[in-house]
Design a protein around this ligand. Structure first.
Ligand code: FEO
Length: 171
């Protein structure tokens, strides 16, 4: 793997770790808002982001290269409302999609076909990531300020299953 590709993948590890931090920060926010279902949803999302980072780490090692960790910036811990937090999650996932697309462009330009193949999983995953948060924003909008509706939505968010543990290599 050439230096440019490795550098870009190292940066994506950082993006995924920051994503994990951001969602963990949202766990604190939803806990403070007394929305245990949304907090649970964010715990699952936090774990999913760790899996994304670990997937890239395992891939770099499979290619015989050495991954390098970078400083993770501090996420905000305040949003103006629950829907605002999910809107921020959706906007963040759109940003991550842009990062993945950029990685794909680099892999194509560098003719790094194994990485092109590897990134396919992330391209598909981002469709799901954006759809998940965007759907919840829609749900919040539909409910508005209806207390019973918010209670029911929080209950539904509590049913999100936890992601399966990260693969260690070649998966
Ligand atoms: Fe790792 Fe939510 O994208």
């Amino acid at each position: 793997m050439n230096h440019m590709m490795l550098d870009a993948l190292n940066q994506q590890i950082n993006e995924e770790m920051y994503s994990a931090y951001l969602y963990l920060s949202m766990v604190a926010y939803f806990h403070s808002m007394k929305m245990p279902g949304a907090a649970h949803w964010m715990v699952a999302q936090y774990k999913e982001e760790l899996i994304h980072a670990e997937k890239i780490i395992a891939y770099i090692m499979d290619r015989g290269a050495i991954f390098k960790l970078r400083e993770i910036k501090e996420p905000t811990n305040h949003w103006s409302s629950p829907i605002d937090a999910f809107k921020a999650a959706y906007a963040h996932e759109q940003h991550i999609t842009g990062c993945i697309n950029n990685l794909y462009d680099i892999a194509m330009r560098e003719k790094d076909y194994p990485t092109v193949q590897f990134l396919q999983w992330f391209i598909n995953e981002q469709v799901e990531e954006e759809a998940n948060s965007s759907q919840i924003v829609d749900d919040f909008e539909r409910i508005g300020h209806d207390a019973r509706g918010l209670f029911m939505l929080d209950r539904e968010l509590a049913s999100r299953p936890m992601p399966v543990p990260a693969p260690t290599s070649k998966e």
